[in-house]
Design a protein around this ligand. Structure first.
Ligand SMILES: Nc1ncnc2c1ncn2[C@@H]1O[C@H](COP(=O)(O)OP(=O)(O)OP(=O)(O)O)[C@@H](O)[C@H]1O
Ligand SMILES: [Mg+2]
Length: 259
């Protein structure tokens, strides 16, 4: 049995009186695609925010490649090899498409091409390298023809692909995607599924939050179900599909509030 890539133990977050995430345990094996599902407000984004260091957990521990990362800063967690995309798209609108992706590459190169004021040969060389790596990732997600467009004029689906290219360009070991399919048309969703599958074949691990059940069932190795901050089920798509607690959480048989 291989060591887990990510191991989340007893993770809890309260905001004042609201317990957004309560004693959640799960792990990811290297190369897996795992979905986190649950009704609106269940605590999915909060879970991602703790894993990526947006805020520390109230209690519990997070291990990445056996090393504890609980409470570390976002840049430290990014350096350790975890990147993410956001539920509300976050791209740099004043940059071109390729410049956006180069900010991802920049994380893994020595000299900061954005911060270096001097145009030294070594900086120019790194900039060229960053450009080439960025272009490679734009090709991977299928939008390299748009490299020099203003990122803000891109259709929404392409902006989502751009955000994923930027996340992948830092060569992470794990990518967290928060509702990647939201706002995409069926064709764009299908393209994104293909991109994720291909990246996984190349060794990437994915944890993603998604409401689109067809995608979740079609792409996930395992599914973790969260309801009112608690993990209520975990298993393969087939197991989750038949799990009564999950059906209750989604159809509201036990609870009139559930969606
Ligand atoms: N920064 C915050 N401050 C206070 N409360 C918060 C904060 N972030 C989340 N919450 C609360 O924690 C709970 C879980 O929210 P979260 O955004 O994690 O849910 P979610 O599962 O991602 O929902 P959705 O499917 O709608 O995106 C909600 O009650 C929310 O209002
Ligand atoms: Mg959310």
């Amino acid at each position: 049995m291989s060591n887990p890539l990510l191991d989340v133990q007893g993770l809890t977050k309260s905001f004042g009186g609201v317990i957004a995430v309560s004693d959640v345990n799960f792990h990811l094996n290297p190369g897996e695609i795992v979905a986190v599902i649950g009704p609106n407000g269940a605590g999915k984004t909060t879970l991602f925010n703790m894993i990526t260091g947006v805020f520390p957990p109230t209690s519990g521990k997070i291990f990445f490649q056996k090393e504890e990362i609980t409470g570390k800063q976002p840049f430290q967690i990014a350096n350790a090899g975890i990147t993410r995309t956001f539920q509300n798209l976050q791209i740099f609108e004043n940059m071109t498409v390729i410049e956006n992706v180069m900010t991802g590459v920049h994380c893994r190169l020595k000299t900061g091409f954005l911060t270096s004021g001097f145009r030294l040969p070594s900086v120019r060389k790194e900039e060229k390298q960053a450009y080439e790596i960025a272009m490679h990732f734009l090709e991977k997600v299928g939008i390299s023809a748009l490299a020099h467009e203003d990122s803000k004029v891109l259709p929404y689906g392409n902006q989502r692909l751009l955000e994923i290219a930027r996340a992948a360009a830092s060569s992470p070991k794990l990518i967290l995607l928060d509702e990647p399919m939201a706002g995409l048309n069926p064709q764009e969703s299908a393209q994104l599924v293909q991109v994720i599958r291909q990246m996984r074949m190349e060794g990437m691990t994915f944890l993603f939050v998604e409401h689109d059940m067809e995608t979740v069932m079609g792409i996930s190795d395992r599914i973790v179900v969260i309801d009112y901050g608690k993990k209520i089920a975990e298993g393969t798509p087939a197991e989750i599909y038949e799990n009564e607690k999950v059906i209750a959480a989604y159809l509201g048989t036990d609870d009139e509030e559930a969606i």
